[in-house]
Design a protein. Structure first.
Lengths: 84, 114
């Protein structure tokens, strides 16, 4: 299991490289969206290790909040108000 | 038996995640990165959650993992579509090797007709 966690941490560092380097703002938004989905997988592996359902609750909440954050960032980039 | 199936799904899912993140770093354009990363990471995370169902069986953890698969499969393509539309509307150029831009053609046609 520690091999899988190490590979996921490698993926998270690749995403953070794109967040830091990305030349435009949509690059950073894409990387943050992917980062949220990777954290859900991280919570899933941690719930296999510890056999507790607390981490799956964190995963569900993280998926929904990441989706809302992505939509807000894309609306902001598009240059429109939130009520359209 | 169930642990063997779960380990297989886990290995497939992690492989898809790593390939998607390598594509996120290596590809030249916003749209190429979006295509590579979103599809690979969505399928990979769904495979990891399916592995959770096979490891633990149908109890509190398994049902929540199935619910989380549904959320990820609904929300991730929607977010990717919104990001692509926002990037195109905020004026990010395509990569110089791209051959067609049908969204811009349709958009200009709609603007000229209205």
């Amino acid at each position: 299991m520690s091999v899988f966690i190490a590979l996921l941490i490698l993926c998270i560092f690749l995403c953070l490289y794109r967040v830091g380097k990305g030349p435009t703002a949509p690059d950073r938004t894409v990387a943050i969206d992917i980062l949220g989905t990777l954290v859900v997988g991280f919570c899933a592996i941690y719930s296999i290790i510890t056999k507790k359902d607390l981490y799956m609750n964190i995963g569900i909440s993280w998926a929904l909040l990441s989706f809302i954050g992505t939509l807000a960032l894309s609306k902001y980039l598009e240059g429109r108000g939130f009520d359209e | 038996m169930n642990e063997t199936i779960g380990l297989t799904f886990l290995i497939i899912g992690i492989t898809f995640d790593v390939i998607g993140c390598i594509g996120l770093v290596r590809l030249p354009d916003v749209y190429n990165r979006l295509q590579a990363a979103t599809k690979c990471v969505t399928l990979g995370t769904s495979m990891i959650l399916l592995a959770v169902v096979f490891y633990t069986g149908i109890n509190a953890i398994g049902v929540k993992a199935l619910l989380c698969i549904w959320f990820v499969l609904i929300t991730s393509p929607t977010g990717a579509h919104a990001i692509a539309r926002a990037a195109h509307k905020s004026g990010v150029r395509l990569w110089k090797g791209s051959v067609m831009d049908k969204y811009a053609d349709d958009h200009e046609g709609a603007d000229s007709s209205s």
